[in-house]
Write a protein that binds this ligand. Structure first.
Ligand code: RB5
Length: 143
């Protein structure tokens, strides 16, 4: 599996650390782009950092965490070429890959429990884009 970048603000830090542990146990190559302390930080700084890395390394993917996942997903989707999906469960994680070819996953540290987050991450990493009509639809997103 190709490299997974992870980043969070203070609201997503705890859950990010649990997911990093989970990915390391699964032998998945990761890079943590911060934050690494519980001090309050601004989530867009970390969304920018991660999106630039994902765009530079085409085969990589990213996972962003903030309190709700909302701010991170809004910031990440400003980048052409980034398709960031805020997922809350198994179904949204699978569909965000199958139909939307998401390359960045967003999870809320204050909205999503550890076991659900692990299931979301596993499902997201294992799911693949179905192409076909979904490729046409993705093509219509860019304006
Ligand atoms: C930080 O308090 C919080 O606003 C942030 O983590 C995130 O939820 C924003 O969308």
């Amino acid at each position: 599996m190709n490299k997974i970048y992870l980043a969070s603000d203070h609201g997503g830090l705890g859950l990010k650390m649990k997911i990093i542990e989970y990915l390391k146990e699964a032998d998945i190559k990761i890079e943590d782009l911060g934050t690494n302390s519980s001090d309050s930080v601004d989530y867009p700084d970390f969304a920018h950092k991660l999106c630039k890395k994902v765009l530079r390394n085409k085969s990589s993917q990213g996972i962003l965490f903030c309190g709700t996942g909302l701010g991170m997903s809004i910031a990440a989707n400003r980048y052409k070429g980034i398709r960031a999906a805020l997922c809350h469960d198994h179904f949204t994680a699978a569909m965000s890959k199958k139909h939307n070819d998401s390359n960045v996953l967003c999870i809320g540290g204050r909205t999503t429990g550890e076991e659900t987050a692990k299931d979301i991450v596993k499902t997201w990493l294992e799911s693949t884009f179905e192409e076909g009509r979904h490729t046409r639809r993705l093509g219509k997103i860019e304006i």
